[in-house]
Write a protein that binds this ligand. Sequence first.
Ligand SMILES: [Zn+2]
Length: 97
Amino acid sequence: MRRARPLKRHDGCAPLSKRPQLLAALAAYATDSCNCRTPHPTTPDQAAHVIEAIVDAHHQEDFALLLAGLGRLLEPCPATAARAAAAAEYKSAPSGA
Ligand SMILES: [Zn+2]
């Protein structure tokens, strides 16, 4: 028999009662375009360029370039949803397979 979820699972986690407020604040922060100092891809073409650079860096064992490319795909950005959609569209495109 499973117990009900605890109101707070880990130190540092927001309590369940604050999650709606935190999700609303996160949604207010979200944008469709990236204005970060190091730009993040928000179109399929940009995502393709970054992903291809990551693959090249891996093959060349250039770990600095590899980390930079992974950062452009994974680090926090207000346009995270647009970036994810661009990467998903790239992945589903026939040439992106
Ligand atoms: Zn960004």
